[in-house]
Write a protein that binds this ligand. Structure first.
Ligand code: ADP
Ligand code: MG
Length: 253
């Protein structure tokens, strides 16, 4: 089976600072792949590389069967054109810590926007799907609300529906519940759990170890730009093999 994401020796630097120091990872189709690690370890940067928001400096990165980055010895061997990047990014949904909804649009309009603007879908088709997606995230009754009239958890669920509206093959979540009040986290995790059950391939950066344990198929611990440990979430959480993983888990569990 072709991996949805395959990273081989991926390096990424910002100027003199090397943030990813050779990442090797593989995400299978339908897999829920959780990524944990201290702040600054390169988790967001790695997600941004998968989503073509950053270009890698060395190594190979395959996303959905395509080689999207391949550089060696500083030589550019393969790089997508901007137009190709735009097409590829349509197939990847991303959800951030901050929901970034359009404030002047209702929940329904937020979810309709990309298919209409990017794919040229008719408003009728987009509206129909947006309604169904809001229902799926438990917000059918909030379709006409503006973001300011929604709680943080509700806004995040709209953001998930908005990403799903492009019918992505892969969903990337970057600490989707970190900005939420604790009592709002569960509803967002429930939506993500449902997506996982429906077979969505997901890469999830999270501090929610319960989610990683219950829903994750794989758990990666990253530190200082390298993969320290990867395995079954239960194994990694209950029986970490490395001191760095143990130290991190002792602080967050
Ligand atoms: P994490 O998500 O694990 O907290 P990040 O990937 O956000 O880590 O950041 C890893 C390191 O890369 C940090 O030291 C951060 O300051 C640095 N970094 C991230 N993006 C940039 C950028 N655009 N320019 C310079 N440094 C960056
Ligand atoms: Mg981050």
């Amino acid at each position: 089976m072709t991996a949805m994401v395959k990273a081989e020796g991926v390096h990424k630097s910002f100027g003199p600072i090397e943030v990813l120091k050779g990442i090797d990872l593989e995400v299978a189709p339908r897999e829920v792949f959780c990524l944990i690690g201290p702040s600054g370890s390169g988790k967001s940067t790695f997600l941004r590389c998968i989503n073509h928001l950053e270009k890698i400096n060395a190594g190979r990165l395959h996303v959905d069967g395509d080689l999207v980055g391949y550089r060696q010895n500083g030589n550019k061997l393969h790089e997508l054109k901007d137009s190709e990047v735009a097409l590829k990014r349509r197939d990847i949904g991303m959800v951030f810590q901050r929901f970034n909804l359009f404030p002047h649009m209702t929940a329904l309009e937020n979810v309709m926007e990309a298919p209409v603007q990017v794919k040229g879908e008719t408003k009728a088709v987009a509206r129909d799907r947006a309604g169904k997606l809001l229902d799926r995230v438990g917000l059918a009754d909030k379709a006409g609300n503006y973001p300011s009239q929604l709680s943080g958890g509700q806004q995040q669920r709209v953001a998930i529906a908005r990403a799903l509206a492009m019918e992505p093959k892969l969903m990337l979540f970057d600490e989707p519940t970190s900005a939420l009040d604790p009592e709002l986290v569960g509803d967002v995790l429930d939506v993500m759990h449902g997506l996982a059950e429906d077979g969505m391939t997901m890469v999830v950066v999270t501090h929610e170890m319960g989610f990683a344990r219950e829903v994750g198929d794989s758990l990666v611990f990253m530190d200082d730009g390298v993969v320290v440990e990867v395995g079954n979430p239960r194994d990694v959480l209950t029986n970490p093999q490395h001191d760095r993983t143990r130290t991190f888990l002792s602080k967050v569990l």
